[in-house]
Write a protein that binds this ligand. Sequence first.
Ligand code: CUA
Length: 417
Amino acid sequence: MNSQIFSAAAEVDRAFLIILGFSVFILILITVLMVFFLWRYNHKRHPVPSGSEGSVFLEIMWTALPTVIVLGLFWTGWTSFKAMRNIPDDALAVEVEGRMWSWKFTYPGGRTDPDLIVPVDTPVRLIMTTRDVIHSFYIPALRLKWDTVPGMTTEAWFESSQTGEFDIFCAEYCGLKHADMMSMLKVLSQEEYEAWVKAPEKRKVGLAVLKEYGCIDCHSLDGSEELGPTFRGLGGSNRLVVLPDGSEKEVVADSDYLRRAILAPSDEIVKDWDDMMISYEGDVSEEDLNAMVTYLLSETAEGGEQEPSEGDKLAMEQGCVDCHSIDGTEEVGPSLLDIYGRKQLVNREGMIVEVVVDEEYLLRSMVSPDRDIPEGYESGMPGYDDLDEESLALLVDWMKSIRSMGESAAISGEEGG
Ligand code: CUA
């Protein structure tokens, strides 16, 4: 079981273990008695059945005992339920919004983030809603699982006694990509949290915004068909759309159209596609909307998207991008965004040392990844010492090319997961 980082988690575990332990005890008791009776009262050993009728003592016992047991089990469950439901008044309020298929967290002051970021030892009140269907907000480490229900606001709370990162899942089947509806709970120290709150929100660019809003869960970048039309070749193209009255109309995918498509998707459905996208009206900030439209216009325009370079192709082939994002998001391994030249704390045989990421480091990290393990990450990357020198050099160049400003230089068809 996960460590208990939340006081109420201990109560939940206790209730669970008591009920489980008692059930196992009853199971064993009944099984043993059953076998004993089979043996003791079979026909050979006990040819003449004896009857017993009417026993006030037994009647009282089998009424009273189960009542006491059931009430006891109820009490165990009730106390742990109460611990989870009594939300402290001074709790930090964070809004949680579920949508197909991502979570969005809004902090006091309006800041949003795809991760739940909270200070340690501080009660947090979660105010939960959903944009579409029922989801279930689930953090195993906190033993916290609560549904988000359309048209309703639900609440839950927690307090973490440990810093660290913990998984957030969706525990209610909500459609095709339900399993991808994951996020992270990041518990920071008080100082780190203060710093995070004060730090100006990083301006989100391009692909990262599309990722955050879950756009590329349904719209591919590489031309493949997902739940919605692909983004490839979208910018500036002509589209045939179906209006609410059933008539068809040709429109140009300019910035006006893209804004409409995001804010009022049902008004112009791309022909041959279903009306299933939910409006982002009120959900997306003007700034993020602009970033989306800019990206969609420039990066997806016909001829605007670049053919994947040799480095892109190799990195995809070798699976580098399965564990290392190129847009700054945390995956299994560190993000490769702006990796070249950055200072990195690494664990070298148990010692934390600082290295500057140069070509030699990049090369070494592929060939013998276990020598320097970036702090905060686990070892587990396979060594790529079977690659020839030319390929390794290509990958080093590729990593060097992943910069914040020149995002298009990186894989244009990169997708989450
Ligand atoms: Cu949301 Cu499953």
